[in-house]
Design a protein. Structure first.
Length: 157
């Protein structure tokens, strides 16, 4: 992705294959490797990654920090696994990590994001589009964790 070496974690071998087709160099299945942070360190020869994009929060933030190099960065963009997690300040300070929570933010930032996505032809991965009448099924699929990509509910139909 834009010249970066992408390492990813996921919950299944099927999802791992999808991530590889999307450009991930290596993927660690955390169901197989619960200590996935150690696997990431192996893949980086013990150095750790420069940047982590953490979408899960509570269940991953500590291991995300352990996966970073000294001076690395974590962008926390979601909390699909919960809002707790307790990343100890010593983990941040001792490794000189930068941790930032981020959201879409103001409209101008969102417009800039969309423009950049268009310019670089970034396409969102959509698992399935559900008509509004099937919203319950959409939420069930989301809750199951079996989806790869976004679940979309089409409110126009």
């Amino acid at each position: 992705m834009f010249g970066a070496r992408v390492l990813a974690i996921t919950s299944s071998d099927e999802k791992a294959e999808t991530l590889k087709t999307l450009g991930a160099e290596s993927v660690v299945n955390y169901s197989t490797f619960p200590d996935w942070d150690r696997e990431i360190l192996k893949l980086t020869n013990g150095k750790g990654v420069d940047k982590v994009v953490d979408i899960a929060g509570e269940k991953t933030i500590v291991k995300s920090a352990a996966s970073c190099r000294i001076g690395g960065e974590i962008a926390l963009v979601g909390f699909t696994s919960g809002v707790g997690g307790g990343l100890p300040p010593i983990d941040i300070l001792s490794r000189s990590l930068r941790v930032a929570g981020t959201a879409i933010g103001p409209r101008l930032n969102f417009e800039a994001l969309l423009a950049a996505m268009g310019q670089h032809e970034v396409k969102p991965v959509i698992d399935r589009v559900y008509p509004f009448a099937e919203y319950r099924e959409a939420y069930q699929r989301l809750a199951s964790g079996s989806h790869v990509g976004k679940i979309v509910i089409d409110v126009a139909h």
